[in-house]
Design a protein around this ligand. Sequence first.
Ligand SMILES: Cc1cc2nc3c(=O)[nH]c(=O)nc-3n(C[C@H](O)[C@H](O)[C@H](O)COP(=O)(O)OP(=O)(O)OC[C@H]3O[C@@H](n4cnc5c(N)ncnc54)[C@H](O)[C@@H]3O)c2cc1C
Length: 402
Amino acid sequence: MNEFVERRLTLRWQQAKRAYDVVIVGGGGHGLATAYYLAARHGITNVAVVEAGYIGAGNSGRNTTIIRANYGIPEAVRFYQHSLELYQTLEDELDCWMMYTTKGIIWLAHTETAMRAERARSLLNLACGAETVMLTPQEVKALCPQLDLSGGGRYPVLGASYHPAAATARHDRVVWAYAQGAMRLGVHVLQHTRVTGLLRDGARVTGVETSAGPISAGQVLSAVGGNVSTLAAYADVRLPIRTHPLQAFVTNDYEQAFQPILSDTELLCYVSQTERGQMLIGAEFDAQPSYSLKSSFSFLQSSAAKAMHLLPFLRNLRVLRQWTGICDISADFSPILGETGVEGFLVTTGWGTWGFKAIPAGGELMAELIASGRTPPLLEPFRLDRFASDQTMADPGSTGTH
Ligand SMILES: Cc1cc2nc3c(=O)[nH]c(=O)nc-3n(C[C@H](O)[C@H](O)[C@H](O)COP(=O)(O)OP(=O)(O)OC[C@H]3O[C@@H](n4cnc5c(N)ncnc54)[C@H](O)[C@@H]3O)c2cc1C
C-alpha cells in the first residue's frame, strides 16, 4: 500500500474474534461497502470482512473505473442510476477524496442497426431517470476532437448516444474509503485470511472455516468476485456463473486532453484517460472461461488495433502496463443478489465486467436485506430464483456483454 494509505487513512486493524453477527467473505468493493452500510445505516457493527489477500486485491483494484447508468433494461437503469447518485456524494459521506470526475460517455454507432440500438437505449434511459441523448457525428467530434469520424476508413461514425453523468473514480481509494468508514464504526477487516469452507448445522450455514481457524456467524455473505463458484459449492449452492478473465492496458502519458469516455459496442472496446495522463483501454472479456490472471498478446493486439481505428494518435504511444482480473459472469449478464435458498448464506455476485459502478448501491441494498430480512425493491429483479422462474434479466446494451 502506498503513502496515501499509510498517512491519510486511519485503518484500524483488529484481532479476529471467534464469532460475529455477520461475516462477509471478500474484501473487495462489494464486501466492504456492505459492511460499511450495515454499520452506518443499521447500527450492525459486529461484522467481519474476511479477505484472502489484501483489500482491493481482486477486481475492485483492477478495473477501468467507469461509473455510468446507461444500461439497456429498466431494472438495471434504475439500479445503476441509484448507484451513480450515491457515488456523487460518496466523497462527503466517507470524508475521503476518491478523484470522482464527471466525464460523460460517448457510445459510438457505425451501422443503422447500432443507431437503432443507441436510440432505444437513450429513450429507455430517459424514461427511467438517466439522462442519455443522441449526438450527430459533428457533435461527437466537438466532444472528442481526437476521434477519426471515418473510423480509419472501416468504421465510419453515424452517430452516438451520450450519457453526460458518466464518471470515473480512483478504484483503490473507493475500496480504502469503504474499509476506513466501516472500521471507524467497529467493523473488523481481516486481511490474509482465506475462507476454506463453511460451518454447517444441518443445511444452515453457521460460519466460516478460515486459514486462521473457524469463525461463527449469524449470516455469511459471499462477496468473492470470480471465486464465487468455489465458495457457493461449500454451501451446496450451484450458481449460473462462469468465471472469465477480463484484460485492460494503459499507454504512457498523453497530454491531458482526452475528456470523455469513448465506448463502442460493435468494436467491443472503450477508451478513457487516467488522471496521470495514461490512455486506458479495455475490451470484451476472454471467451474461454478460466481463473488465469495471465495477460495475453492476442488481447493487446486486437484491442489496440480497434482503438487505433478510432483514435489514430494512439499509434504514437507505447503500451506501459497490461493486467487481468477474473470476472463472475452470470448467465444473463446481470448481477445475482440476496438469498440462496440455504439459510444463513447470501451472495452478491454476477458483477462481471460492470460491478465497480455498482459498489455503493450493491453494498447499501445488500446491507438493508441482511439487516431487515426483506429484499429492497431495487434488488428484487436480481434475485437468484429468477432463473428458476424464467425471469432472466438479459441486458443487450453494454460493452463487455453480447
Ligand atoms: C480489467 C477490468 C476492468 C473493469 N472495468 C470496470 C469498469 O470500468 N466499470 C465497472 O463498473 N466495473 C468494471 N470491472 C468489474 C469490476 O471491477 C468488478 O465487477 C467489481 O470490482 C467486483 O467487486 P467485488 O467486490 O464483487 O469483487 P472483488 O473486487 O474481485 O473482490 C473479491 C475479493 O474476494 C477475495 N476472495 C476470493 N476468495 C476468497 C476466499 N476464499 N476467502 C477470502 N477472500 C476471498 C479476493 O481476494 C478479492 O479481494 C472491471 C473488471 C476488470 C477485471
